[in-house]
Each structure stands twice: as C-alpha cells, then as structure tokens.
Design a protein around this ligand. Structure first.
Ligand code: SME
Length: 178
C-alpha cells in the first residue's frame, strides 16, 4: 500500500544536517534515550521511545520504525510516519537485505534501486534510507530499524555509528522482555 505523494498534516519534509549539527543532534538524542530507558526492559516500550526521541532531534527522519522478525518474515512494529508496509520478506527490500546479511544498509537514493525487489516503496516520498539490524542479548536477530528521509543523501557513517551504538546498548547488552 502506498500513500499519495501529498504529506499528511503531521509529517514535515526532511531537512538534511551538516556533520557538526548531525553529531550534536545525535548526542542530545542519546542523552534523552539513555535517561528515559536506562531502567527499562520491555521491547515495545524501548522501540516506541527510541523512535519518538530520534524523530524529535533529527529533522531528516521522515519515517522511523522497527520491523520485527516474526515467523521467518519481517512484520511492521512500532513506528512514526506515514503508513508502513505490513509484511516484508527477507528476500525483498533494503530491510530484507539488512536482515539477511545482518549488516547495516545505507542507501543514498532509493529510486536508483530496482523497485519491488531491492527497494519496497511504502511511501513514494522516501528518497534515502538507513536500515540497521537489531540483536538481542543472545546475538539473535530480532528486528531491523529503518529510517527514511524525503531527501536524497541524508544518511552516512555518523548515523550508522550512533544508531548501531544506541541499538546495541538498549537491545543487545540488556535482557529484554516482550
Ligand atoms: N524501505 C523499506 C521498506 C519499508 S518502508 O520504507 C517503511 C525497504 O525497501 O526495505
């Protein structure tokens, strides 16, 4: 299901950040995430809070959310943004590739990928993205974390470093409840 090109009233177009602004925004977000989650263990509570705080601090986060590993596929979990695709096969999309390879994927221009196979367009406004695998305490893949921007070239190694560290700290280094 694809949304129309028009953005709903509660979503703004993305604004890219320079290197220093981006690092400063992530540093603020990390402090807020750690302050809110340090004594928490529930998976959904953590996912919802991470989405909300990152989307608040990073102005190029058009769509942000988790796809959960469920019965050998990915199903949409907590997210903020326009309507996400509900199911994604491991064989499809950037999310599927991140899940298959268990490696972070950075895509500068999603429209350069084959549509329907290498990229799944849940919302035609998405232009670039990062997808980071999420592991539990036993190093088992439990989800992928997907961020889309409505601009090209929004994500780089700075996003990758901060996001991998946030997800490791809150999902891999701690026991989790469902
Ligand atoms: N970008 C994903 C699909 C999920 S939506 O962007 C919310 C992909 O191609 O894997």
């Amino acid at each position: 299901m694809s949304a129309s090109q028009e953005m709903p009233y509660f979503i703004n177009p993305s604004k890219n950040l320079g290197v220093d602004e981006k690092k400063a925004a992530y540093e603020m977000a990390v402090m807020a995430i750690d302050a809110n989650l340090d004594s928490e263990s529930h998976m959904i509570l953590k996912m919802s809070t991470i989405n909300c705080i990152l989307k608040t601090y990073l102005p190029y986060y058009y769509w942000v959310g988790f796809y959960l590993v469920h019965e050998g596929k990915l199903i949409v979990g907590p997210y903020q943004g326009t309507l996400g695709c509900l199911h994604i096969d491991f064989s499809k999309g950037v999310c599927g590739k991140a899940a298959r390879e268990e490696k972070t994927q950075l895509v500068a221009d999603v429209h350069a990928l084959a549509q329907g196979t290498a990229h799944i367009a849940c919302d035609p406004n998405s232009q670039s993205e990062i997808v980071v695998p999420v592991f539990d305490n036993d190093k088992k893949l439990i989800a992928v974390f997907d961020v889309d921007s409505s601009l090209k070239n929004s994500f780089d190694e700075i996003d990758q470093q901060f996001l991998e560290a946030i997800l490791e700290r809150h999902f891999t280094k701690r026991p989790l409840e469902n």
